[in-house]
Design a protein around this ligand. Structure first.
Ligand code: ADP
Ligand code: 5GP
Length: 187
């Protein structure tokens, strides 16, 4: 059986992580993308159990207290965390598991799973990032301001990651992502 593997996918909100992951999943349906818990409200079209598990702050705090989360962090006024059980089970079964998480969570995973492959997605510029968040059209002005402030901190930490990919042209970024995951590293 193939060995399980944990892959961490980080980058500022709006950089295109979700878009890249959706394309990657179509090409490689065997990848398991973890569904996070969050206290954020669903955006239009987001489905409980598919995009996130949308939970109350009380429920999230209970999950933290009972050790049910592999990592968690506060981001732009809400909690986000990775349910531990499904991830551990899929890795044990030999699957590749992708976590799409922000910087603080990625740092926690680096401590608990030092073998995880950590990938950081960069925007071509902060201006392009702002344009993408606005074009997505799903965040309030206050949420956009919080995301952009956090984006600067996150981009400054890109070098902590094993691999950095600039999502300028989507097709090229997807190819770089596939190469990072599936091409053998030369000795
Ligand atoms: P994230 O998951 O990182 O928050 P999304 O995948 O929701 O980001 O993408 C944010 C917006 O940027 C979406 O409207 C998406 O269509 C757009 N987008 C993603 N990648 C690119 C790209 N390479 N060039 C232009 N727009 C992009
Ligand atoms: P959004 O609200 O735009 O869906 O997500 C905001 C940020 O939270 C993104 O950077 C996203 O990667 C991150 N995020 C989503 N799920 C998790 C999680 O389970 N843990 C952590 N630490 N961050 C997450």
């Amino acid at each position: 059986m193939r060995a399980g593997r944990l892959i961490v996918f980080t980058g500022p909100s709006g950089v295109g992580k979700g878009t890249l992951l959706a394309s990657l999943r179509q090409l490689h349906p065997e990848l398991f993308v973890s569904v996070s818990a969050t206290t954020r409200s669903p955006r239009p079209g987001e489905i409980h159990g598919q995009h996130y598990y949308f939970v109350s702050r009380e429920e999230f705090e209970r999950m933290v207290a009972q050790g049910e989360l592999l990592e968690w962090a506060e981001f732009a006024g809400n909690y986000y965390g990775t349910p531990r059980k499904a991830v551990e089970r899929h890795i044990q079964e030999g699957h590749w598991v992708v976590l799409e998480i922000e910087l603080e969570g990625a740092r926690q995973v680096r401590r608990s799973f030092p073998d995880a492959l950590q990938i950081f997605i960069l925007p071509p510029s902060l201006e392009a990032l702002e344009q993408r968040i606005r074009q997505r059209g799903q965040d309030s002005e206050a949420a956009i301001a919080k995301r952009l402030a956090r984006a600067k901190e996150e981009v400054a930490a890109a070098d902590e990651f094993d691999i950095q990919i600039v999502n300028d042209d989507l097709t090229q970024a997807l190819q770089a992502l596939e190469a990072a995951l599936f091409e053998p590293v030369p000795c």
